[in-house]
Design a protein around this ligand. Structure first.
Ligand SMILES: [Zn+2]
Length: 85
């Protein structure tokens, strides 16, 4: 269960429309929606509270975890993220 505190910790921002094409909350004004970002702040789409799990499932779980693990994962995949660290 995702709470508002968890969502804030994940760096999500308010948005107006869910990216899930079969979202059951489409058009509802009393549903919170956010921009889902990974641990490096890259956007993974907009979600409402009911679709966030589904949207996150489209990505590797590691990208929502510790940024250090994320960078390591990217390096192992041969993708080099520019880093100031
Ligand atoms: Zn939705």
């Amino acid at each position: 269960m995702i709470t508002n505190i968890d969502i804030n910790r994940k760096g999500l921002k308010m948005t107006e429309r869910c990216w899930n094409s079969h979202c059951t909350n489409e058009g509802k004004t009393d549903v919170y929606r956010w921009i889902l970002t990974d641990s490096l702040g890259m956007s993974c789409g907009k979600v409402c509270k009911d679709c966030i799990d589904e949207q996150q499932a489209k990505y590797k779980p590691v990208i929502f975890d510790d940024p250090h693990d994320y960078r390591q994962h990217m390096a192992e995949c041969g993708e080099n993220i520019d880093s100031d660290y």
